[in-house]
Structure formats: structure tokens, C-alpha cells
Design a protein around this ligand. Structure first.
Ligand code: C2E
Ligand code: CA
Ligand code: CA
Ligand code: CA
Length: 279
């Protein structure tokens, strides 16, 4: 069942062939999707390992092409970045996250946090901070209710202006999470140099921790280092009870993954919360 989301999703090549003979057409497809509400924001809970309370949700975009099925974000996000239209998608994601936060607040989940994925490409855009803060303002959302997950950190280390932006966002009360830690692009240096609150250990790292001793030791070390630097640690892609229990032993703070809950629609998420406590 683990692969269903992936196999249901079209591969990039299929997506290109069936939907677009050229770049303009992809661009139009995305515009059309934005105008016709073909995108959805799924939410996946993140839980405290001690006590199992829900501490927040990650927003994950879904694109259902009518009659064609799901297109994976791993396929269209990179295309949108290359085409320079990622900001239109991001803007929609931020707005949708704000609307979802308002739904949670209506139900008195005052401490709700929704994390949105922001890639380096997006962070580089001149008006990023202004637009992001502007959207929060429009919806009257407190910065305490939204989190930024920084992905594709490859560009982050070099640029002063990136750091200034991140410092500013954080000074406004927005939590910053470093995504995919342990993959090629991230390094221990990021832990020291980036103004981040939470380190997210990549799922590729978690996959083998219960069978691979080295992987387990590495994970323990990452958690220790992150803690020594005052960061909170979340593990993603946690699929089994064994992984969850081991992560608890290793001192990990939070988990996200199919074992606890899959990404869900906002309606399913609100229903899920009826059986769970929020931290
Ligand atoms: P990511 O940020 O690393 O997101 C985690 C991915 O792991 C998600 O795939 C999620 O559905 C999946 N996942 C969650 N739990 C488990 C598990 O237990 N096992 C396994 N095998 N997978 C799990 P998804 O939703 O297909 O998203 C893929 C990537 O697309 C994301 O990776 C992120 O980089 C990007 N993405 C998704 N939504 C957005 C968005 O709104 N904006 C941007 N810029 N990127 C997005
Ligand atoms: Ca993420
Ligand atoms: Ca990740
Ligand atoms: Ca990723």
C-alpha cells in the first residue's frame, strides 16, 4: 500500500506527453488548474513522540487532472520552478493553508500549525517575504499558526539575503523547519548557520533504521547534535511501529508518516482530530 500514491500519480513523461507539447501548454495547464480548483492541499499530521499529541500538519499539494488522475508534486513542482510560475502555485498553497487554519480556529484549535513547503527558488523571489506576510495579513492569521518548511536547501548557504529573509520571518514569529535533512544537499553546517527551529530527518534516512545499525547510529548522532544546537527534531516517513519506538529511544521529538496518519483532505483531517488531542 506504501506505493499507491506514487503509482497512482503519473510520471513526468506521461504528464508531458498527454498534456503538453510545449512549455506554454504546461504553463496554461497550471493556470487552468489554478482557475478551476484542480489543486487540493492535503494535510498530514505531525505528532509528539512523548504522548502522541498532534503538534501540527504539513500541507502537501495534490493535482487531480480531470479524467487523467493525480499528477505527483514531484513532477510538476520542478517544472513550475523552471517555468518561473512556482510563485502562483505557492501563493495558492499559502492561501489555502490560511483558509484551513481559519477552519481549525473556528473549531477552537487555537494552537494549530500548518507547515507549507517553500523551495529555495521561491525564497529567492524578490517579493517573497512581502507576499507571504501579506497573505497572512489578508486572512488575519497569526504567524504562530503557520510554519515554513525549507526544501532544496542547496542554494541557501551562499546567500546573505536568504539569511536575512529567514531571520526576518523568524523575528515575525514564523517557525522555520529544515526539510530533508540527511540528503545530499543538506549538511551539518546548515544546522549551525541557518536560523531554524526544527530539523526534519529525511525519510530515506528513516527507512532502514530498524535493520541497519549504522543508519541507526547516524540518526542518533544527528538527533544529539541537533539537540545540542537547541533544535527540535522530527522524523518523516515513519511507516512502522518499530521505527516509531526506535526513534523514541533515540530521543527524537516528533514523527510524521503513514504509521501515524497519511496526508488527508481538510475534511478528513478535521474528522481525524475528533479522535486526537492537539498539543
Ligand atoms: P516532502 O516535503 O519531503 O514531503 C514528504 C513526502 O513524503 C510527501 O510526498 C508525503 O506524502 C510523503 N510521505 C508522508 N509520509 C510518508 C511515509 O510514511 N512513507 C512514505 N514513503 N512517504 C510518506 P508528496 O506529497 O508526494 O510530495 C512530494 C514532494 O513534493 C514533497 O516532498 C515536496 O518537496 C514537494 N511538495 C509537495 N507539496 C508542495 C507544495 O505545496 N509546495 C512545494 N514547493 N513543494 C511541494
Ligand atoms: Ca516537506
Ligand atoms: Ca521531506
Ligand atoms: Ca523532499
Amino acid at each position: 500500500a506504501k506505493e499507491t500514491g506514487r503509482s497512482r500519480a503519473m510520471r513526468y513523461s506521461d504528464f508531458m506527453e498527454s498534456n503538453a507539447s510545449n512549455i506554454l501548454e504546461i504553463q496554461n495547464n497550471i493556470r487552468h488548474a489554478l482557475d478551476n480548483e484542480e489543486f487540493q492541499l492535503y494535510l498530514q499530521p505531525q505528532a509528539e513522540l512523548a504522548g502522541g499529541k498532534v503538534i501540527g500538519f504539513e500541507g502537501l499539494i495534490r493535482w487531480e487532472l480531470p479524467g487523467k488522475g493525480m499528477v505527483s508534486p514531484m513532477e510538476f513542482i520542478p517544472v513550475a520552478e523552471q517555468l518561473g510560475i512556482i510563485h502562483r502555485i505557492s501563493q495558492w498553497v499559502f492561501q489555502e493553508a490560511c483558509r484551513d487554519i481559519l477552519l481549525f480556529l473556528e473549531k477552537h484549535y487555537k494552537g494549530v500549525k500548518i507547515a507549507v513547503n517553500v523551495s529555495a527558488v521561491e525564497l529567492t523571489r524578490v517579493n517573497f517575504v512581502e507576499d507571504f506576510m501579506g497573505t497572512l495579513g489578508e486572512y488575519g492569521i497569526s504567524p504562530a499558526n503557520i510554519t515554513i518548511e525549507l526544501t532544496e536547501t542547496v542554494l541557501l548557504e551562499t546567500s546573505e539575503s536568504h539569511l536575512e529573509r529567514l531571520d526576518y520571518l523568524r523575528s515575525q514569529g514564523i517557525e522555520l523547519h529544515l526539510d530533508d535533512f540527511g540528503t545530499g544537499y543538506s549538511s551539518l553546517n546548515y544546522l549551525r548557520s541557518l536560523p531554524i527551529d526544527v530539523v526534519k530527518i529525511d525519510q530515506g534516512f528513516i527507512r532502514n533504521i530498524t535493520v541497519d545499525k549504522e543508519q541507526m547510529h547516524l540518526t542518533r548522532s544527528i538527533i544529539e547534535i541537533a539537540h545540542n544546537l537547541g533544535k527540535t527534531v522530527i522524523a518523516e516517513g515513519v511507516e512502522t511501529k518499530e521505527q516509531m519506538e526506535l526513534l523514541k529511544e533515540l530521543g527524537c521529538d516528533r514523527v510524521q508518516g503513514y504509521f501515524f496518519a497519511r496526508p488527508m483532505t481538510i475534511a478528513d483531517t478535521l474528522q481525524f482530530m475528533e479522535g486526537h488531542e492537539m498539543a
